[in-house]
Design a protein around this ligand. Sequence first.
Ligand SMILES: [Zn+2]
Length: 231
Amino acid sequence: MPKLTVHVPHASLHIPEEAWSDFLVERSAVEREALASADLFTDQMAHDAWPDAKIIEAPVSRIVVDVERYDDDSREEMATVGRGALYTHDHRQNRIRKDLSAPRRAELLARYYAPHWARLSEAAAGATLIDLHTYPLEPWLIERHSDGPRPEIDIGFTADLTPAGWVRSLTRHFADAGYDVGLNTPYGGVIDATAKAAVMIEIRRDVVGRPGADPKWQRLIHVLRNMPLVR
Ligand SMILES: [Zn+2]
């Protein structure tokens, strides 16, 4: 079996004590947004499906620092809606956080973003990488490409990071298990963490179920566990 690394960037609900003073709305509203934005249970999903993999989880909620975004706003299209690496807006486009000064921005990136990427790059080197996400059934206002199909399983890939044969075998695998599969829709591409091969798996939230005995969850874990891995 190839060395496998699973990246879980969006499961955390953790808002560190020092992050609270940057937010402009009450605590419960911040917590609600962390919950709504989270790819809930993808941490548990990774552990259940790939117990032997190296699993790299973001240390904080994505509304504190989103490790999946470019740290340079000029390269990050989501920065135009207040959802770059450092969010200022919620998923309904309401402002929730003040504009961060350059030093504060650098501090947060140094504390949560850079160490995460160091861990991810080390774990991804020479490995097969699965970047694991869930996404909402109904498009959010902030989405930049919300007109595309929203399949139950979206396989995100990039030509030079994801072998074409692997994309084909993954498509067949999920389709054979009865899932509706799409390629690079509504989200496309996969992060470049210098893995040998990488793919993004985006699971529509209505097919996730709840961790444990829930048949939806069991079905999903089974199909993920048996996913073909690139050789
Ligand atoms: Zn995500």
